[in-house]
Design a binder for this molecule. Structure first.
Ligand code: CTP
Length: 369
């Protein structure tokens, strides 16, 4: 099993394993990283688990490779971002108890790796490899991760999994779409039941938004949206939300978010606000939404983001539609126009420029006079 850990990660993981041994800890690499090792995919996110407190390991990683560490207070987890771009999550083995559905779990520590693996989302993510020196690469796969990866099956570990953590409904779809896998029959039945019982509504909008953004980062966006549609999940993002062809033309999740907002037309603003975007993002997207709704060119230059969004969403727009209006509002006074007449005429010019009816300042002036 030693060969499962790729050459590129061996030095890092064995150095951490050696240090853990000195502290008398057991240490494993676990979860999505093991799945990706097995699939031969490069992973930049590595989850490590230890059977006792791992705080000093986080400090050791930063001292050895450079980077920064950050503590997540609720679960005693450390995230280390190394200067080489690798992200390590260091956690203690734990069990989880869900007091009420959709909420974050109550966590207790354990020394049993099997218990930690059992609390996880799917069998394919419940696989661990030792990183201690004498057992380096030794596999612990009690729930059939390898078998399910070989068969391409997403399988929850217990019946209450989707109720405990409804974000797993979206994770299941994301992994199914990403890897071209299927839901195991019982998992599929329980997922459909979870949708009928509206479990996704139990998740806070913030957590939901994080899942949506993870979906928007995926390469196989079309496949994932087809599955979201198939299982009637898009309505939890927003009523009448649908796949839009422009989504496939970029892998930038923020641009994809903009595409979804534009596709919802006059409902786009409420959808965007529900996701609590940053002020800047909200302004960038909503100003484009207004242009699209009013069919007018902008008054001032668009940002790179806005240009990309518009070009992808409306690929046949004339190129001048993205440029600032040929005529400035203030100039219109020199044409003898005042008050409300100015905004009316300006709108006429902007509309004509958007539609490609004029393609120069001279033509704009002709239109006014
Ligand atoms: N996990 C879980 N339930 C969740 C989220 C995460 O059980 N709702 C567990 C899984 O074992 C997962 C691991 O925590 O593999 C790490 O989470 P994350 O990084 O989100 O998952 P990855 O599988 O690494 O996903 P990705 O490949 O998209 O990074």
């Amino acid at each position: 099993m030693n060969e499962l850990i790729p050459q590129s990660s061996k030095e890092l993981l064995s150095t951490i394993g050696n240090y853990a041994k000195k502290l008398g800890l057991s240490a494993w690499v676990v979860g999505g990283a093991v799945r990706d090792f097995y699939l031969g995919k490069i992973t930049e996110d590595v989850d490590l688990v230890f059977d006792a407190t791992q705080e000093s390991v986080a400090g050791f990683c930063v001292r050895t490779w450079g980077g920064e560490k950050h503590r997540f207070s609720q679960f005693g987890t450390f995230r280390v971002k190394l200067n080489n771009g690798l992200k390590l999550d260091l956690a203690r083995l734990r069990k989880e108890k869900y007091i009420f559905p959709g909420a974050l779990p109550e966590v207790t520590f354990t020394t049993q790796l099997k218990e930690d693996l059992f609390r996880r989302d799917f069998t394919v993510n419940s696989w661990a490899l030792s990183i201690l020196p004498e057992t380096f690469g030794k596999s612990c796969d009690p729930y059939g991760a390898q078998k399910d990866i070989d068969s391409g099956l997403i399988r929850i570990l217990h019946e209450k999994s989707f109720l405990d953590d409804p974000t797993r409904i979206f994770r299941a779809i994301r992994f199914a779409g990403r890897f071209g896998w299927k839901l195991a029959p019982k998992t599929e039945r329980l997922l459909r039941q979870a949708v009928r019982d509206e479990y996704p509504l139990l998740v806070s909008r913030d957590r939901f938004c994080r899942e949506l953004m993870k979906i928007l980062e995926e390469e196989k966006i079309k496949e994932i949206f087809e599955l979201l549609q198939k299982y009637d999940l898009l309505k939890f993002a927003w009523p009448n939300l649908k796949y839009h062809v422009a989504l496939e033309k970029t892998q930038d999740s923020q641009v994809r978010l903009g595409i979804l907002v534009l596709s919802l037309k006059d409902k786009g603003e409420d959808f965007l606000k529900s996701l609590r975007p940053t002020k800047k993002m909200s302004h960038e997207i909503l100003s484009v939404l207004r242009l699209v709704q009013q069919e007018v060119c902008p008054l001032s230059p668009l940002s790179e983001y806005q240009r990309t969004l518009l070009q992808l969403f409306l690929p046949h727009l004339p190129s001048h539609a993205l440029e600032p209006c040929f005529i400035h509002g203030r100039e219109l006074q020199t044409f003898g126009l005042f008050g409300r007449r100015i905004s009316g005429v300006l709108k006429k010019v902007r509309y004509a420029q958007w539609h490609g009816e004029i393609s120069s300042r001279e033509e704009a002036i002709k239109l006014i006079s």
